[in-house]
Design a protein around this ligand. Structure first.
Ligand SMILES: Nc1ncnc2c1ncn2[C@@H]1O[C@H](COP(=O)(O)OP(=O)(O)O)[C@@H](O)[C@H]1O
Ligand SMILES: [Mg+2]
Length: 382
């Protein structure tokens, strides 16, 4: 079926060229990606009608790409054909296990490939998967920390406010600290409705206006979705509800800032799947540094690209480890160092964001730098 959009994912330029030329000549609209990670971004920007992917690739391989596509309801139904030189039965099986629709060994028999493409696209069309998929939304920025009390929430709130203050970006904030969330409090907001209510109401179809009634807007323009009103209701929040919320927030904003708890919970991992940049916050003290190092290792194991992580050292106390020690410990220079300031507690106690209440403090200036870093790590509109 000419005119169908196919994404071809392969790390070898030669093969990318060869196959895309051939498919273009047969009337398909082809886009290409170098690896699974790039492919995911492309797919989320505009869902193709079919994905053809290599298995072995750096950054994120084809199995992982397929797994992630299947885990996300927006991309779950897009047909996937895997190509690989490894034609052993095991590989074929693991391809199918991750949810591939077809497995085609390399070297590719073009006629066979085309027949499979035809069948899969036709099937996809009739199950109407295409309409739900796609539609580009804003960037998700996930604020992580491995130990509580390092100022993660403070920085998430203030970075959101700083992004909104540019007036260029529409910014939303999701508080994923379900039991003891305090992001709304730092903005003096008391939300009548929360993510727990959203989950409890289990909307099948949720239009933007209804969803809007779950959000509360701060004076800075940041719109906030609170996690939960009472700790004991936290368990109401399901992973699909979190995904639905992030999806809808993306539609309404250029940046969705997520304040995560100090855990790689299922909820946090679900958000990580659609995250464009991670901000990892640590204090300059050994317990937090050690935990942060482990958290960075987890991100690496999950193939989250290092260039999309922003490492922030927040001097929550006047004392702490010297920065060159910290850099040696992480084997990387922190991207942002927030100075210690009494103004942080003052702002919290008054329910006003630090960057609004004390815009001239050194810490506020650094938070604005952090917002700029985020805009570089995850440029809006891409
Ligand atoms: N740069 C800073 N200097 C001094 N205190 C800070 C700084 N950043 C945050 N704080 C304070 O640290 C405490 C913990 O902050 P919070 O954002 O709740 O941490 P987390 O979300 O990591 O648990 C708060 O009292 C906050 O005001
Ligand atoms: Mg917090």
């Amino acid at each position: 079926m000419p005119g169908e959009r196919i994404l071809f994912v392969d790390d070898e330029e030669q093969i990318r060229k060869l196959l895309s030329t051939w498919l273009t000549r047969h009337g398909y609209e082809i886009s290409v990606a170098n690896d699974g990670w790039e492919a995911l971004k492309t797919i989320r920007a505009k869902a193709p009608d079919l994905v053809i992917t290599d298995v072995n690739m750096p950054n994120m391989n084809g199995l992982e790409l397929t797994r992630r596509m299947r885990a996300d309801h927006r991309t779950a139904r897009i047909p996937v054909i895997m190509l690989s030189a490894r034609k052993q039965a095991d590989d074929v099986l693991s391809g199918y296990a991750e949810g591939a629709d077809e497995y085609v060994p390399k070297p590719v028999e073009m006629a066979v490939l085309e027949a499979k493409i035809e069948v899969l696209i036709k099937r996809f069309r009739t199950t109407k998967g295409g309409e739900a998929a796609g539609k580009r939304g804003g960037n998700v920025v996930l604020f992580l920390h491995a130990k509580g009390g390092v100022g993660c929430t403070t920085l998430a709130v203030n970075a959101a406010v700083a992004l909104a203050a540019t007036t260029i970006y529409r910014v939303t904030l999701l508080d994923l600290n379900l039991e003891f969330g305090n992001a709304p409090m730092l903005m003096n907001l008391t939300s009548p409705r929360t993510l727990a209510d959203l989950a409890e109401n289990a909307h099948e179809q949720l239009d933007e206006t209804t969803f809007g009634s779950y959000l509360e807007q701060d004076r800075s323009g940041v719109r906030v979705l609170a996690g939960c009103d009472l700790p004991e209701r936290a368990e109401l929040v399901t992973v699909p509800a979190v995904q639905q919320a992030v999806d809808l927030l993306q539609k309404q904003s250029d940046y969705v800032v997520v304040d995560a708890p100090a855990s790689f919970s299922q909820h946090v991992l679900a958000v990580l799947d659609s995250t464009d940049a991670v901000v990892v916050v640590t204090a300059a003290h050994l317990p937090s540094l050690k935990a942060t190092k482990q958290a960075l290792e987890v991100l690496e194991k999950l193939s989250f690209p290092t260039e999309r992580t922003v490492l922030v050292v927040n001097r929550t106390s006047a004392a702490g480890v010297e920065m060159d020690h910290v850099a040696r410990f992480f084997n990387r220079k922190p991207d942002v160092v927030v100075p210690h300031t009494e103004a942080a507690d003052d702002a919290a106690d008054r329910g006003r964001p630090l960057t609004v209440l004390h815009p001239d403090s050194a810490a506020s200036k650094v938070v604005r730098d952090l917002a700029a870093r985020i805009a570089v790590a995850a440029p809006a509109g891409r």
